[in-house]
Write a protein that binds this ligand. Structure first.
Ligand code: SOE
Length: 388
């Protein structure tokens, strides 16, 4: 019989929805001993109507408007933190101290100092934990990882990443409140660096190893916005755009760009890795495709003498591809929501004696340190080495 895993969800916004859906879907597609049960969901008292509707839609058994009460409930096994970034620290630490399994949406924290305290708390309590960087479980990105680990790229020279969107171009977009807290530095911690580049950094370090040092430049194009809740005009303190150069420990060079002002780009999360034996390229706006250029054999290093040499566009939908055998018949595609389902399926497997789940919070701390170094470099106009 399946073992119930009683979920306490903190937050009922975009990520609360993505995570709730994923918990419900995992047992439909993956064989796991645990069966997630949506036990309780929290939102602020002022969002109670939204909370009630959310609980009804997703089938939560109860609601709470005091997150500490939810964290301390005896009938909850796992706390899933999907509230805005400025609450992650306190919620994760309280959940760890209450002995709960802890899941936290990215970025782990507002800054590395907070993240260190969170890691200390989960490690002291010895509770399983994870940061949800869902893109590691995009099948095409997982395939890129496999290709790199098989030695098919060889010595890496260049890593190039972009993460561009366009939803904040208008001065009329307010900041703050339930939907737009990502634009409010007091709640989000930073702008594109913590929100978008954190994804790019997690993927980059997973694929190409640790970043050694960075030099960055940030810009805030719209200097003032109306706060959605207070109605007051406030200074915008987030980075609207950020570009940085990186040197990886393996000697390869990185360029990273992120903005919310790339007209027409909605979720343009790309990377390209160029090595001696081959290259890979991925673009999230074309999520089923992985482009692979094969120059030489990884065993012999010999050039592939073939008139068909060129970029291969691999349609990552075959049952041999990562995660795909759990979904539909070959050729049928999956989407954004499935990356969360794949993530939670792997996390449940790790609770059941499977491979240790990554990224855990210690790995999330690492990403946070890179983000802090980027912001410090932009402030001080110099190269900054990554700590730790
Ligand atoms: C920002 O618009 C955002 O919602 C990020 O916060 C998510 O992490 C990303 O998956 C999609 O874009």
């Amino acid at each position: 019989m399946a073992k119930e895993l009683r979920i306490g969800m903190l937050g009922c916004g975009f990520m609360g929805k993505a995570h709730s859906n994923a918990w419900l879907q995992v047992p439909h597609f993956f064989d796991r001993e645990h069966k997630p049960v949506l036990k309780a969901v929290y939102a602020r008292p002022e969002d109670k109507d939204k909370l009630e509707a959310f609980a009804k839609r997703w089938g939560y058994e109860s609601i709470e408007t005091d997150w500490r009460k939810l964290v301390e409930r005896d009938d909850i096994d796992l706390i899933d933190v999907c509230v805005p970034n400025n609450m992650h620290h306190d919620c994760v630490i309280a959940a760890a101290e209450a002995g709960k399994i802890v899941v936290c949406e990215k970025p782990l924290a507002m800054n590395a100092r907070e993240a260190e305290e969170m890691v200390a708390a989960v490690e002291k309590a010895g509770v399983p934990n994870m940061v949800c960087f869902n893109y590691r479980r995009v099948p095409a990105i997982a395939l890129a990882k496999q290709i790199i680990d098989e030695g098919r790229i060889g010595r890496p020279f260049h890593y190039r990443a972009t993460y561009n969107q366009d939803y904040t171009i208008s001065q009329k977009v307010p900041q703050g409140g339930l939907a737009l807290w990502r634009l409010d530095a007091r709640v989000a911690g930073s702008g594109v660096t913590g929100d978008l580049l954190a994804h790019s950094i997690d993927t980059a370090e997973w694929l190409n190893g640790p970043i050694k040092k960075v030099v960055a430049y940030t810009e805030t194009f719209v200097k003032e916005r109306v706060h959605a809740e207070t109605g007051r005009v406030e200074k915008v303190e987030i980075d609207d755009a950020c570009m940085f150069l990186a040197v990886f420990e393996n000697g390869s060079l990185g360029t990273f760009e992120s903005t919310r002002y790339a007209r027409g780009r909605k979720n343009y999360n790309t990377f390209e890795l160029n090595g001696e034996l081959g290259s890979v390229f991925f673009d999230l706006e074309d999520p089923h495709l992985l482009q692979f250029f094969r120059y030489a054999d990884p065993q012999t290093g010999k050039k592939i003498e073939d008139h068909l040499t060129g970029w291969q566009k691999i349609h990552v939908t075959a049952s041999e591809h990562p995660y795909m055998k759990h979904w539909w018949v070959p050729g049928c595609t999956i989407g954004y929501e499935h990356t969360f389902i794949n993530t939670f399926a792997d996390f449940l497997a790790s609770l059941e004696g499977g491979p240790k789940f990554q990224p855990d919070m210690r790995s999330g701390l690492r990403t946070q340190r890179v983000c802090d170094a980027i912001l410090q470099s932009a402030r001080e106009g110099r190269w900054v080495e990554i700590e730790g």
